[in-house]
Design a protein. Sequence first.
Length: 148
Amino acid sequence: MRVRYSGEFTVSRPPEEVFDFLADLGNLARSFPGFKSVEVRDGEFESELRLSLGPLRGDARVRGRLVEVERPRRALVRGSGRGAGSTLDFTLEFRVEPAGGGSRVSWVFEGSVGGLAASMGARVLDPLARRLISSVVSNVKSRLEGSG
């Protein structure tokens, strides 16, 4: 099952700082709900988290790497996740641009969900997945605003 979500937010920090924060894969991994640990090496991250997606609960591993970088404007992360009988292959693209003394961050998340999560069907999975991705984005924004 395919999912796609997008949005944008603004922060008061300059684009270069925002980009550096977002391109640090450890910062991204720490923004996942249920974050437990992360290891970053050689441009890749592996994170362990506690998955809570409706009735699906359990430990999960998420791996990712930066595959396209246009500093300080755009980056694309490609990754995968496994846990609670489910799978996820995803891309997360973000673009950073100046906005009124700060920065506007536009993002697009696209993923392919398999296993038990996909068997829930779109009517059940979509709002759960949307909430999960919104939480990641909200955590990123909060961390950016608080790390100033």
